[in-house]
Design a binder for this molecule. Structure first.
Ligand SMILES: *Cc1c(COP(=O)(O)O)cnc(C)c1O
Length: 437
């Protein structure tokens, strides 16, 4: 089985022997993806490496089972064990985040948010969320999403002017102004490209003033909240929406958490409002991830993610990179490459060739188009999961700098050199969950 391993088409997949026999094409692609995840520096802030235990849970026979309903109230028989799995996941979510109620069934973050609309809004009602190009998420009422076409989306942004402290940060004055004028029934806070701490108390005050339901979408930062490295929305937000697969380091899935007051509305919206049977194998893996996140090592992880992002930001700033909002409080950096004279997409593609995986991203008030924007977005959750030491982040910043310059100058030799250096560091710090031979 070893002699063909260098060529991806024939790569064997010893850890998936049945898959390899039944479908060698897919097995080879899975093996190649695993190799890619091992060899590259993954800096996409929404991505991570799950533990081997989480990965195993997602591949269990729990996936064979239908269980519409909730523990103790199912529409199918044979739930002796599934009920216990879901109850464990729910209890662990409640304990970890300190919430009254948790629903672990949403298939992913977007369906979880759609369930929020179903619970609290009628079609045409107004929702206030952060604009997508300012760092918000599609599901916060942005036009091309169902949430922006079936509902009336009103969007806030970040400050364009002011002191270095203010620029690029959420403009709560604008949020209040819009809330008073537009009277949204639901206000979303949180986003996908927000490098700063979210002021949950500030949002809650505004939501109370206009009698809106405040939803904290902590999809990106759930792991930081769980690990005590970002303030918690509990006590401020009526509903908390989160994915489980970003900083929380669980399987692809989502959770909705709330006060007791909204528990029934949330549960009914998820099932039967929006979904059918829950994905029980995912529920099991969420339970495992929540158990991991409750341990002392995860607190260390969460803090290290933030320390690493801050250090990487400082190292990049020292090399002339312009960070939106001037830096970061969390796991991500939004970089405006205008001053480097390289469009975001050109930089992202060169970085990918250099083995550094990022995504191109709009920056606030971007003068370029969303499909060809001015920035890139990077984050530290995955590199921290690999245990890459903070002392290596100067080298990481240097690679990014050299590659971005190489992208501008068309210097593919430098890109190849960086790729080899990246691989060496990755080899020294194997990623969790990958079983390479
Ligand atoms: C990732 C994300 C989502 C959506 O999650 P999917 O699982 O991709 O549907 C929703 N909201 C925010 C803020 C996110 O970052």
């Amino acid at each position: 089985m070893t002699q063909h391993q260098s060529s991806p088409q024939h790569q064997s997949s010893p850890q998936h022997p049945h898959l390899h026999r039944a479908d060698p094409e897919i097995a080879a692609l899975v093996a190649a993806e695993q190799r890619l995840q091992a060899d590259t520096l993954r800096l996409i802030p929404s991505e991570n490496y799950v533990s081997a235990a989480v990965l195993e849970a997602t591949g269990t026979v729990l996936q064979n089972k239908y269980s519409e309903g909730y523990p103790g109230k199912r529409y199918y028989e044979g739930q002796q064990y599934i009920d216990q799995v879901e109850a464990l996941a729910v209890d662990r979510a409640k304990a970890l985040f300190g919430v009254d109620h948790a629903n672990v069934q949403p298939y992913s973050g977007s369906p979880a948010n759609l369930a929020v609309y179903l619970a609290f809004l009628q079609p045409g009602d107004t929702v206030l969320g952060m604009a997508l190009p300012m760092g918000g998420h599609l599901t916060h009422g942005w036009g091309v999403s169902a949430t922006g076409s079936w509902f009336r989306g009103v969007q806030y942004g970040v400050r364009a002017t002011g002191s270095a402290e203010e620029r690029g940060r959420t403009d709560l004055d604008q949020v209040r102004e819009l809330a008073l004028k537009e009277r949204p029934k639901v206000i979303f806070c949180g986003g996908t490209a927000v490098p700063r701490t979210i002021d949950f108390a500030g949002f809650a005050e505004i939501a109370r003033e206009v009698d809106a339901v405040l939803v904290a979408d902590i999809a990106h930062i759930a792991g930081l909240v769980a690990g005590g490295a970002h303030p918690s929305p509990v006590g401020h937000a009526d509903v908390i929406s989160t994915t489980t697969h970003k900083t929380l380091r669980g399987p692809r899935g989502a959770m909705l958490m709330s006060t007791e007051q909204h528990a029934r509305a949330i549960d009914r919206a998820v099932f039967p409002g929006l979904q059918g049977g829950p994905h029980n194998h995912t529920t099991a893996a969420i339970a495992v991830a929540l158990k991991e996140a409750a341990g002392p090592e995860f607190r260390t992880y969460a803090r290290q993610v933030v320390d690493n992002a801050r250090t990487l930001g400082e190292q990049l700033a020292a090399r002339g990179f312009e960070l939106v909002s001037g830096g970061t409080d969390n796991h991500l950096l939004l970089i405006d490459l205008t001053s480097k004279d390289v469009p975001g997409k050109v930089a992202a593609k060169a970085l990918d060739r250099a083995g550094i995986v990022v995504n191109y991203n709009t920056v606030p008030y971007d003068t370029r188009k969303p499909f060809d924007p001015s920035g890139i977005r990077i984050g530290t959750p995955a590199l921290t999961s690999r245990g890459i030491p903070q002392s290596e982040l100067a080298a990481v910043a240097e690679w990014i700098d050299r590659t971005v310059s190489a992208a501008r100058d068309g210097d593919e030799d430098t890109v190849a050199t960086v790729r080899a250096e990246v691989k060496e560091l990755m080899d020294a710090h194997p990623a969790p969950g990958l079983t390479l031979d």
